[in-house]
Design a protein around this ligand. Structure first.
Ligand SMILES: *[C@@H]1O[C@H](CO)[C@@H](O)[C@H](O)[C@H]1NC(C)=O
Ligand SMILES: *[C@@H]1O[C@H](CO)[C@@H](O)[C@H](O)[C@H]1NC(C)=O
Ligand SMILES: *[C@@H]1O[C@H](CO)[C@@H](O)[C@H](O)[C@H]1NC(C)=O
Length: 295
């Protein structure tokens, strides 16, 4: 019954929001074949909103995780990919301002590529400089970070193609994620693999929403009304560090639903296949995202 209500609400959502805002035609993937369980390779046209973020360090660009293209001019990502923790001399986070954004000049984006750097691939979109980095005003803390989201504004409009398209943002207030216990979502990206290094090629893993009790067992700071939820891999593959995004498909449309927050990692940097991953729910931020991503 719950499921029926959920779907009924969803039709309204699509008509009122996503599909109405289809100047950007969000959440439609031309190639959703071959999306099967496991830590599997994704094709070039699968999850075409996946955006690889690089930040300039002294000598080179370093991979900073994945974001999601949401329109011609905006990429949504985890704030900690594009901001630094603002510590005081006493080792505490500056209470006035826990984070500071990086300069857009030091942020490079690569879209539409299978290899995380887009090495020699045709039709790869590269954004050399981001015009503006907008951190959510409530961004704070660590372990977990709260409101860990940022918008990257891109000056020259991104051209959409089969391999570059925007995703929809989940904006239905369906509250408790645990109502969706066992719902299936997709983690996509170039996160740390079973060898402990970045996956050069785009991969996805199927993640299943867990009950709050399960989440609590692994993440002490988790509270049920906190805007966080847990999802777990299938025992053979899981999201790991740098796998930021969690997508879900409803009625043919793909939505960004969560952003990874914490992982259970071993000393060698790999993630436990049995532990769930803590995600921050995107829904509470959807109106901020909407009102701050107007070109
Ligand atoms: C469509 O998007 C615009 C800008 O992103 C937003 O202001 C508007 O509320 C959205 N429309 C609906 C019906 O949600
Ligand atoms: C819980 O949160 C506190 C305060 O933010 C932090 O110091 C601590 O490390 C967190 N504990 C865990 C297990 O993440
Ligand atoms: C990393 O550590 C875990 C737990 O000790 C172990 O199961 C796994 O095989 C290790 N992986 C690598 C690549 O060393």
């Amino acid at each position: 019954m719950k499921k029926f209500i959920f779907c009924a609400l969803f039709v309204t959502l699509i008509q009122n929001n996503c599909a109405l805002n289809v100047s950007s035609n969000c959440g439609v993937m031309s190639d959703s074949f071959g999306l099967i369980q496991g830590g599997l390779l994704s094709g070039k046209n699968q999850f075409p909103w996946l955006t690889n973020i690089f930040t300039k360090q002294t000598l080179a660009y370093i991979f900073a995780g994945s974001g999601s293209l949401i329109s011609h001019h905006y990429v949504l990502c985890a704030a900690n990919s594009v901001a630094y923790e603002n510590y005081l001399e006493n080792g505490q986070l500056n209470p006035e301002r826990n984070y500071r954004p990086l300069s857009g000049k030091s942020i490079k984006l690569i879209l539409g590529s299978e290899h995380y750097k887009g090495n020699n691939e045709p039709d790869v979109t590269i954004v050399e400089v981001v015009q503006k980095v907008i951190l959510h005003p409530n961004l704070k803390g660590t372990k977990p970070r709260i409101a860990n989201i940022a918008l990257l504004k891109i000056k020259r409009p991104i051209t959409f193609s089969d391999s570059v398209k925007p995703v929809c943002i989940w904006n239905l207030n369906d509250n408790q994620m645990s109502n969706h216990n066992n719902m299936i979502m997709y983690s996509v990206g170039h996160g740390i693999d079973e060898t402990g290094s970045i996956s050069f090629l785009r991969k996805h893993a199927i993640m299943t929403i867990q009950k709050d009790e399960v989440c609590k067992r692994f993440y002490r700071n988790f509270s049920t009304d906190s805007g966080f939820f847990c999802a777990r891999g299938n025992g053979m593959a899981t999201a790991c560090r740098h796998d930021k995004v969690l997508y879900v498909k409803i009625d043919g449309y793909w939505f960004l639903r969560g952003m990874s927050s914490m992982f259970k990692r071993f000393q060698n940097g790999t993630c436990s296949l049995n532990a769930p991953v803590l995600y921050e729910d995107i829904e509470p931020y959807s109106s901020w995202i909407n009102s701050n991503s107007v070109f």
